[in-house]
Ligand binder design. Structure first.
Ligand SMILES: [Cu+2]
Length: 500
């Protein structure tokens, strides 16, 4: 580390450190959210080496036969390298930005301080173009997490999460139930984006009925803007699993009776994905890396942008199969991988599964009544069709997020429990995401549930959802739809912590 960078780092740490009482060392061992920033001050030797080094840069990746694309990657590969951490054990990661643009490196789903989180809206410093940052933090909670860029792309399809800046993280739990033979990490990702008018994404796989009042709101807005064309949406030409189109990657070789734990990440900038493996079922054991109260078996997975699913598949249907997306076009353009049983050869088979509704609550404990929160925060999401240079503008409680002002809209008191009562007055599905905290699903499409802990959840068109969380990680906290196109055009809000 050069002298200037070292000073920058200690410049951050010293004021906190000098404020520590003599007994502060005890606090360093605590891993509850509110003590996390103290961990930053643990002395690091100037020459202490990093656990991982990441280089952000433009590179070429081979996604198909004779098909090489240029995109921004981590360490020249897609997906970025798998980072394994141990829960609660301090980690050091050096991030070098070898591009010409400032970068944000977001630790998605972790309880980290603002300085590390990787969101400029919260105040995380940028990693300067051709500069670096050393980040020191306590990885948590355990389970499947991931990292991705967090810069605004706007109308630039070469920026943000439209490119290859996504990689998996696994934080080893202190106790591992280990009821499987091996793990496979699966990253779903599209490339070669383009703009089109109107979308083609499946919208009918979530349960629940549309709420007439919410539908009427959109219809009223549409009437007021009649004559406007539909806003731009993003489509893709290339679809990959772990950076390879179907048939180009190595087949997943399995034996009869293998129990494989799939860790699946939707690394898309804007798409919702589905996944099926003909003749097999998925036993969902964790959502967004967090074990579910009721591991249930399902024929199909639906995974919103930035969601993760950990599911065990018992290999009991010999053959050569395609594990792929239900959308024929997307699978045809690469969204799938071959699963090949030992001693079986031939053309991989695909069988379209029956339509299946994706209901989060089947994984929950639906017998308990969740305690009332200290406060309920009302949120209404709406679309202003093509209102921003042909792009849809998105609002939360009537306001599109203003990147320049970055003014907190919602206020939290540390230790209190909050319910977000979210209502979607648009026909789009929104994978909503809260930074630096996890939330518990408490009501989805009219059904109460408990015990499902997530950091992203899909809110259906004209539907409602309640999620509860405890304000236990002070500092600015970003809330947004995880679709790049929605968050960049208004669908964001900041929470701040205020004195009790
Ligand atoms: Cu959205």
């Amino acid at each position: 580390m050069d002298r200037r960078k070292f000073i920058k780092y200690t410049g951050l740490a010293i004021p906190i450190a000098t404020g520590l009482p003599m007994g502060g060392a005890l606090a360093l061992n605590k891993t509850n959210g509110d003590k996390v920033s103290l961990e930053l001050v643990t002395p690091t030797l100037q020459n202490e080496s990093a656990d991982y080094t990441i280089h952000i840069g433009t590179g070429l990746i081979e996604v198909g036969p004779q098909l090489i694309i240029s995109t921004t990657t981590y360490n020249g590969q897609f997906p970025g390298p798998l980072l394994r951490f141990k829960e609660g054990e301090r980690a050091i990661v050096d991030i070098y930005n070898d591009t010409n643009m400032p970068e944000q490196f977001h630790w998605h789903g972790q309880f980290v301080p603002v300085d590390v989180d990787g969101a400029a809206e919260e105040g995380t410093p940028y990693i300067p173009a051709h500069g670096m940052r050393r980040e020191i933090f306590i990885p948590k909670p355990s389970g499947l997490r991931f990292y991705h860029t967090h810069v605004t792309a706007g109308a630039n399809l070469a920026a943000g999460q439209y490119n290859g800046e996504v990689g998996p993280i696994y934080i080893e739990p202190k106790i591992n139930p280990g009821n499987y033979d091996r793990e496979e990490f699966i990253m779903l990702k599209e490339f070669e984006p383009y703009f089109m008018r109107g979308g083609d994404m499946a919208m009918d796989f979530l349960p629940g009925k549309e709420i007439p009042e919410l539908k009427a709101m959109q219809e009223k807005a549409e009437k007021e803007s009649s004559g406007m064309p539909k806003g731009y949406e993003v489509g893709y030409k290339i679809f990959t699993v772990n950076g390879k189109q179907l048939g180009h990657g190595n087949p997943l070789k399995v034996k009869y009776g293998d129990r494989i734990l799939f860790h699946i990440i939707n690394g898309s900038g804007s798409e919702i994905r589905s996944l099926a493996l003909p003749g097999h079922i998925f036993k969902v054991v964790a959502l967004d890396g967090n074990p579910v109260p009721n591991p249930a078996e399902v024929p199909v997975l639906w995974i919103g942008t930035a969601e993760r699913i950990s599911a065990i598949v018992e290999m009991k249907h010999p053959g050569v199969w395609i594990m792929g997306d239900l959308a024929d076009d997307d699978r045809g353009n690469g969204m799938g991988m071959v699963v090949e049983y030992a001693n079986h050869k031939g053309k991989p088979q695909w069988i379209t599964p029956k339509p299946y509704k994706w209901d989060y609550t089947i994984f929950g404990d639906n017998s308990k009544t969740v305690a009332l929160p200290d406060e309920t925060i009302e949120m209404l999401f709406a679309k202003q069709q093509a209102a921003d240079n042909g792009f849809n503008r998105w609002t939360i409680n009537g306001a599109a997020f203003d990147m320049m002002m970055a003014k907190p809209m919602f206020h939290l008191k540390e230790g209190k429990r909050y319910r977000l009562h979210m209502r979607n007055a648009s026909d789009d599905i929104h994978p909503i995401h809260l930074h630096r905290h996890s939330f518990e699903l408490t009501k989805v499409a009219g059904k109460s549930t408990s015990g499902i802990i997530k950091d992203v959840a899909m809110l259906g068109g004209f539907q409602e959802m309640d999620v509860d969380f405890t304000a236990n990680n002070p500092g600015l906290t970003l809330f947004h739809c995880h679709m790049q196109l929605h968050m960049d055009f208004g669908f964001m809000a900041l929470f701040n912590y205020i004195p009790k």
